[in-house]
Design a protein around this ligand. Structure first.
Ligand SMILES: *Cc1c(COP(=O)(O)O)cnc(C)c1O
Length: 431
């Protein structure tokens, strides 16, 4: 049984005022984006994504689909993707008609390794997709150079990356297109939705086709995501969300999967198929929620970075919990705090005993997933290691000094448990 005051693994850290645009939206405003809502969205993001063509999308994945249409990416050829990835992105590219080539990652940042991209590059490559995993900036200087040399368009997955900066400002500014995601599990929640930010020259006069209306389950998901976002805070989480998660997981075993996918997105569903109408359209109130959260962005980034720094300082150097180099290629937004541990399951159990929830299975070495076996040409040893050993620890801005102490105490207890394991069984070699 977890302690009473459980620190949830994630919180979008919304304030009460952030909910107002949803309740203020009239049915007309609640409709799909028209020219004026799109104009407003563009101006809301103009400070950090200057000069970009910006389109609201039903989700981040739809923004990638829009880009494939808009940039007229051929429906055959190869696409370079980092192996440590979100399987949904890889599956979508396959459905478009592309052949994914898995590129290994830099273990310091979990992002695409340019040296391996160079090695993997082929003449029939039609797209390179980089993922700023955990909000860590990728090595864009090297990657843009390689793409330019091969004259291949570059797409940036910024699902975790609002507030991360490189030498060109907000990440997403350097590629031909970039996706952002506003789901409840992301650092900025608009109760769903996503966004494409593209280089105008790369997409011409493209506008996305009107989004088809989904069935009642799809259309009601916005309100469910609102509820979910509301309970993702300390006080309500344990009372409401933990039991709800358990019920949803039980229902999923009986074949009813949408509640589970909403609360605890399954991070590897081998039978997943991307469907355009699986989400409600991007709505005007989401634009206003972006505006409110962007006003607090710098403050939130500073607080998240402080949480990470406090925890790192309290734990100190230890071989059992290795920290990453989040700022290697840019200024990290602090959204996701990844740590490298030998035994992810033991780590999750010890942290939970200290009242800290972590999810040991979130992103994977996609080159090792069954559904992509046909595309796994070269092994990606770093992606494999990262997939086996990286765990994400809470770092949202509402965590206070006592929460940081609790997170550090959990990590230190894990270190002690590992000492015992290693002393108790000297024959067991750490992999
Ligand atoms: C969530 C996520 C996406 C897609 O965002 P959706 O809004 O869920 O479609 C893409 N890439 C990564 C790394 C993500 O975590």
């Amino acid at each position: 049984m977890a302690p009473v005051n459980l620190i949830p693994k994630h919180s979008p850290a919304l304030e009460r005022a952030d909910f107002a645009p949803y309740f203020r939206s009239t049915p007309r405003q609640a409709g799909p984006p028209n020219r004026s809502t799109n104009h407003r969205l563009t101006s809301v993001w103009a400070d950090i994504l200057p000069g970009k063509a910006v389109y609201g999308a039903p989700a981040g994945r739809h923004a990638l689909w829009y880009f494939l249409e808009a940039a007229r990416i051929p429906k055959s050829g190869r696409v370079m993707v980092p192996a440590y990835n979100y399987y949904v992105v890889v599956q979508l590219l396959i459905q478009w008609g592309l052949t994914p080539v898995f590129v290994d990652v830099d273990p310091d940042t979990l992002t695409m390794d340019p040296a391996d991209l160079d090695r993997a590059m082929t003449d029939d490559c039609v797209l390179v997709l980089v993922t700023h995993m955990f909000g860590h900036a990728a090595d864009m200087a090297s990657i843009t150079r390689i793409c330019a040399r091969h004259a291949v368009p570059l797409f940036e997955d910024c699902a975790h990356g609002v507030g991360t900066r490189d030498d060109r400002g907000q990440i997403g500014n350097q590629g031909h297109g970039a996706l952002f995601s506003f789901g409840p599990q992301k650092p900025m929640s608009c109760f769903g939705g996503g966004m494409l930010a593209a280089e105008p020259a790369a997409i011409g006069d493209y506008t996305p086709a009107p989004h088809p209306r989904g069935g009642p389950v799809v259309e009601s998901s916005t309100f469910l995501k609102l509820l979910l976002t509301a309970v993702m805070s300390h006080d309500t989480y344990r009372v409401l969300l933990s039991p709800a998660t358990r019920i949803a997981v039980a229902l999923a075993k009986l074949g009813l999967t949408w509640p589970r996918d909403l609360i605890a997105p399954s991070k590897d569903d081998g039978s997943f198929v991307f469907k355009l109408n699986s989400r409600p359209a991007f709505k005007g109130f989401m634009t206003e929620m972006c505006a409110l959260q962007l006003d607090r962005l710098d403050e939130n980034v500073a607080r998240r970075r402080a949480v990470i720094a406090e925890v790192k300082a309290a734990v100190g150097p230890t071989p059992h919990v290795r920290f990453l180099n989040e700022d290697k290629f840019g200024f990290h937004n602090g959204a996701y705090f990844g740590v490298h541990v030998q035994d992810k399951d033991l780590f999750a159990r010890v942290m939970l005993a200290h009242g800290v929830e972590v999810n040991p299975y979130e992103f994977f070495d996609c080159s090792g997933l069954k559904q992509f076996a046909a595309f796994a040409a070269a092994a990606c040893p770093q992606a494999r290691t990262v997939s086996d050993h990286i765990v994400r620890v809470p770092s949202y801005p509402t965590l206070d000094a006592r929460d940081c102490e609790r997170i550090a105490a959990g990590m230190l207890a894990y270190c002690a448990a590992r000492e015992t394991v290693e002393e108790g069984s000297p024959d067991v070699q750490p992999a």
